[in-house]
Design a protein around this ligand. Structure first.
Ligand code: PEP
Length: 245
């Protein structure tokens, strides 16, 4: 199994029905690229998943509950997301870890629920600025990998390395730092299963834009990008998708 490039967009808490036109435009842009197109995924808010999934672009969610159904007011299960047309679910995004106190054990349980529903789990890891400055970034990310990434069949798990300090800030690590962390993540995965490590896609996330996408996407062990702000407009997102070719 080879690792195809994947460009995933995380819309966060953005997007009303009118924004579905952006996903339609992304679908047209991807179709125009033909065989050169990478895999593309858009993760809109829950409210748009069902409508968005009627188009040609693969659709994901940004979170899910660990259970399948039950008395959990306001929560959404991976089974419901699959039913709505999602093919992937992001779990452990740093905004969930920070805003909702999600720890590695909960993120792992969510990832397991995603896999049990037959969907792909995109597990996010990444250090804070304080951890980077303290020199503990590798240690923190290794701990997150060990704690929040379940064992899964090839292709079912994607890991997104997103340094917290690079998300939405316009700041990015140096290319050398990105490549070094991605290499370290693959070596960490290889400790438990070398074959699994070799086929697990590793995305970089944090202020990826059309202007820096090509240099990041050609780095060793970078198999794609998880894109926040620049995924909201088709023209920006396609600038990143097109940088894969
Ligand atoms: C994200 O939130 O996953 C992200 C990478 O955001 P941005 O691209 O806006 O930094």
């Amino acid at each position: 199994m080879t690792r195809r490039k994947l460009i995933a967009g995380n819309w966060k808490m953005n997007g009303l029905n009118a924004a579905l036109a952006e996903i339609t435009a992304i679908g047209a842009g991807v179709a125009a690229l033909g065989a050169k197109a990478p895999d593309v995924l858009i993760c809109p808010p829950f409210t748009l998943i069902s409508a968005a999934a009627k188009g040609s672009v693969a659709i994901g969610a940004q979170d899910c509950h660990v259970g399948t159904s039950g008395a959990h007011t306001g929560d959404i299960s991976s089974v419901m997301l699959k039913d709505a047309g999602a093919s992937s679910v992001i779990v452990g995004h740093s905004e969930r870890r920070a805003d909702h106190g999600e720890d590695d054990a909960l993120v792992r349980a969510k990832a397991e629920a995603v896999l049990a529903a037959g969907l792909q789990a995109i597990v996010c890891v990444g250090e804070t600025r304080a951890e980077r400055e303290a020199g503990t970034a590798y240690e923190v990310v290794a701990r997150q990998i060990a704690g929040s990434v379940p064992f899964a069949t090839p292709g079912a798990i994607v890991i997104a390395y997103e340094p917290v300090w690079a998300i939405g800030t316009g700041l990015t690590p140096t290319n050398d730092d990105i490549a070094a962390m991605h290499g370290a993540i693959r070596r960490e995965l290889a400790k438990s299963d070398a074959a699994r490590a070799a086929v697990t896609p590793l995305l970089y996330g944090g202020s990826v834009k059309p202007g820096n996408a090509r240099e990041i996407l050609t780095l060793a062990d970078v198999d794609g990008a998880l894109v926040g702000g620049a995924s909201l407009k088709a023209v920006d997102f396609m600038g990143i998708v097109g940088a894969c070719g």
